[in-house]
Design a protein around this ligand. Structure first.
Ligand SMILES: N[C@@H](CCC(=O)N[C@@H](CS)C(=O)NCC(=O)O)C(=O)O
Length: 507
């Protein structure tokens, strides 16, 4: 019999809790190693098992998986909780993306001051009841089924139940306006494996208390305070992401249950929309995917890269006003009133991860099996954490720019690039995974160029990555994308920042 998965994390919820939920719901027993001391953590770091020097880490099926999302994807895939085909998986990814954003707001909660906790609590409840719960209520209402996707239990249901319970811990009647979600909660809670997990004595962790906070601070040497950031950014961009603080030059920790690189919703979230009727008609004729975003890189650029690398032509609509965005939301195109939006194969997909995974799956850029996919996921989640620093960079104040460039250089050269240099060196192949071109190669290439724009000499100590970059640049589809006149967007300029700031009302 295969060994039980072993989970390495703190003795508390943080980023591991959704993994515990998913395993438990799948009926899988697991063991846990709890980090209590700095020495334990350093020993792990030195042993090399933490690919990006971070937990969660899960030993499973002979792999040492890091990156929460890679771990969750693997478990969901393995235990048949991830839909029956690519389209169902895209829906599941999209729904999980929303619940992930919502839970992200709660991850930092234990680390806030008493005063900030009150504000954050109100913020979460407001987001839950005005944005997220209505979206899921509508899904259930529209199809009238018991589960969110495909009329059977999936990861999306499990994740939503976890989110509902977390919000209810903050406001017990948060579901009062949502009858279908109330019934959903009851239904999912009574599934035997989940019922067991919800009963006392299970491996479910309690609400994080001061002792948990103190342990995380001690183990990660996190000596600074967490603040809910600039209130405006918080409200406008969805402050689940602690890297916003970094971009703004405020002191920040690395994680402790905080999305370091995670959600796909923020920067462009509240950005505006020109939905031109002619374009809609045009699209149905051409059948090309249609991308709706602003005219800049932001969270759409990786999607442009991936489509271009796959040799797929696409159309774009650039939004300009908040009213346009709201209109798009009202017509039902934006599940969470957030961009990017990609219309593809009859679906209106939101949530970057959902979109990228769908494109990667469809165009055969996502490995040959679950294990290759787990590797690819692990790599792309690490790359996304690095890219997130770059994404937020244009929004940092002038006095923080130098420091933030230094952070980008440090993270690239000390944490992320060494991993990929080592991978390429060890297997000696042209591509990161399975000797075959995948989304991991595309995303690494994008990241290399983006970091080089800020730190031109960044690859000097990485000969394998230099050769990788040259090879990638010569792949016909990528070569084309790198040429002038392609849909690739230039680095964000003052104009882009000013537009976003104006629309977010941040000035
Ligand atoms: N994107 C990663 C982020 C993981 C993360 O930020 N982990 C924290 C603990 S919750 C950590 O290990 N921080 C130490 C560090 O970054 O140096 C994931 O989702 O797993």
């Amino acid at each position: 019999m295969a060994a039980k998965p072993v989970l390495y994390y703190f003795d508390g919820r943080g980023k591991m809790e959704s993994i515990r939920w998913l395993l438990a719901a799948a009926g899988v027993e697991f063991e846990e190693v709890f980090l209590e001391t700095r020495e334990q953590y350093e020993k792990l770091l030195q042993s090399g098992v933490l690919m990006f020097q971070q937990v969660p880490m899960v030993e499973i099926d002979g792999m040492k998986l890091v990156q929460t999302r890679a771990i969750l994807n693997y478990i969901a895939g393995k235990y048949n909780l991830y839909g029956k085909d690519l389209k169902e998986r895209a829906l599941i990814d999209m729904y999980v993306g929303g619940t992930d954003d919502l839970m992200g707001f709660l991850l930092i909660f234990p680390f806030l001051s008493a005063e900030d906790k009150v504000k954050q609590c109100a913020f979460v409840v407001q987001k839950a009841t005005s944005r997220y719960f209505p979206a899921y209520e509508k899904v259930l209402k529209d199809h009238g089924q018991d589960f969110l996707v495909g009329n059977r239990l999936s990861w999306a249901d499990i994740h939503l139940l976890e989110a509902i319970l977390m919000v209810e811990e903050k406001k017990s009647d948060a579901l009062s306006g949502f009858p279908l979600l109330q019934a959903f909660k009851k239904r999912i809670s009574s599934i035997p494996t989940i019922k067991k997990f919800l009963a006392p004595g299970s491996k479910r962790k309690p609400i994080s208390d001061d002792k948990y906070v103190e342990t995380v601070r001690r183990v990660l040497r996190m000596y600074y305070d967490v603040t809910p950031l600039c209130a405006k950014v918080w409200a406008m961009m969805g402050a689940a992401d602690i890297m916003v603080c970094k971009a703004l030059g405020t002191p920040t920790p690395l994680c402790p249950g905080i999305h370091f690189g995670g959600t796909c919703s923020q920067v462009a979230v509240v950005i505006m929309a020109v939905i031109v009727t002619e374009h809609r008609e045009l699209r149905s004729m051409s059948g090309k995917p249609r991308l709706t975003y602003i005219n800049g890189r932001g969270r759409m650029e990786t999607i442009r890269w991936l489509l271009a690398a796959a040799g797929v032509e696409f159309e774009e609509i650039f939004l300009q006003t908040r009213e346009q965005l709201l209109k798009l939301g009202q017509d039902g195109s934006l599940m969470f009133y957030e961009l990017p939006l990609v219309e593809i194969d009859g679906m209106k997909l939101v949530q970057c991860r959902a979109i990228l995974s769908y494109i990667a799956g469809k165009y055969n850029l996502y490995g040959k099996d679950l294990k290759e996919r787990a590797l690819i996921d692990m790599y792309v989640e690490g790359i996304s954490d690095l890219m997130h620093l770059i994404l937020m960079f244009p929004f940092s104040p002038p006095e923080a720019k130098e420091k933030n460039i230094a952070t980008i250089a440090e993270k690239a050269t000390e944490r992320y690039f060494p991993v990929f240099e080592k991978v390429l060196k060890q297997h000696g192949q042209d591509f990161l995974v399975g000797n075959k071109f995948s989304r991991a190669d595309v995303q690494l290439m994008e990241a290399i160029l983006a970091v080089e724009e800020k730190v031109p000499s960044v690859l000097s100590g990485f000969p394998q990555l230099q050769a990788f970059k040259t090879k990638m640049s010569n792949m016909p589809t990528i070569k084309k994308f790198l040429q002038p006149g392609s849909p690739r967007k230039p680095p964000p300029d003052e104009n882009y920042v000013a537009t976003v700031m104006k629309i977010f009302k941040l000035d």
